[in-house]
Design a protein around this ligand. Structure first.
Ligand code: DC
Length: 225
């Protein structure tokens, strides 16, 4: 019997600090990373680039079937690569964020991206962040974390991230857009963001990132022993 590599899943809403936690844990444990949101974003970027009609399931499936995506650590930052091109900044624009959230609600998109996401499960282990990592993509793992934070804190963090990437963003507009995306992510019929009772819940609103990492690592180490 083949034993699968272990997986830590980190689910939660936008801006809750999943990416930061994922990277910090990966650096500590030397495990691989899957930023599943980046995959939805890449698909959205390609749809915009090729001007694909999102009502055409066939066209979307064809684009989504051949994504050559990988993640690379460089100078302390996680780079999202499509083939050999670094598209980390391009996929964070507002138009891409909005479309990613829309296409993520399409059952055909979620279905076609399942195998790609699972292909990142490699030794010594994987840390996967998203909305349905623990509920749908890797439901078998006992290492599940749900990271939350209030809407204002999450909006503020997203704004700083956009500014860092040279993207101008207004707090109130961003707050409105985050709220809309939260509603879409939580209320869609397939793989919505939801909280089950087999997870460690961390609310990061008032906790510094370093403390969040400590709590998460402590949980994982206790479970792995
Ligand atoms: O985490 P993020 O903001 O980069 O994700 C982009 C969009 O993709 C977001 O609206 C939610 C969606 N998403 C999803 O539906 N399922 C995932 N596993 C990851 C992201």
């Amino acid at each position: 019997m083949m034993i699968c590599a272990p997986v830590i899943t980190i689910d939660g809403p936008s801006g809750s600090g999943k990416g930061t936690l994922c990277q910090a844990m990966s650096q500590e444990l030397k495990w691989n990373i899957l930023d599943s949101g980046a995959i939805y974003r890449i698909l959205a970027l390609l749809i915009l680039h090729y001007q694909v009609d999102i009502s055409s399931e066939k066209a979307i499936i064809s684009l989504a079937s051949n994504l050559d995506v990988w993640f690379l650590f460089q100078n302390g930052d996680l780079k999202v690569m499509l083939k050999r091109v670094d598209i980390s900044v391009k996929i964070r624009s507002q138009i891409v964020s909005d479309l990613a959230s829309r296409i993520a609600a399409l059952p055909c998109v979620r279905g076609i991206l399942l195998n790609l996401q699972r292909s990142f499960r490699k030794w010594p282990g994987l840390i996967a962040d998203g909305r349905d990592m623990g509920t749908v993509v890797f439901p078998d793992t006992p290492l599940k974390i749900f990271l939350d934070a209030n809407l204002e804190a999450r909006t503020y963090r997203r704004m700083l991230q956009l500014h860092k990437n040279g993207v101008n963003a207004n707090f109130n507009e961003l707050l409105f857009q985050m709220k809309e995306r939260d509603e879409r992510d939580c209320n869609r019929s397939v793989a919505p963001l939801m909280l089950k009772d087999d997870v460690l819940i961390i609310n990061s609103t008032y906790i510094p990132a370093q403390k969040v990492t400590e709590i998460a690592l402590d949980y994982v180490r206790k479970k792995l022993i």
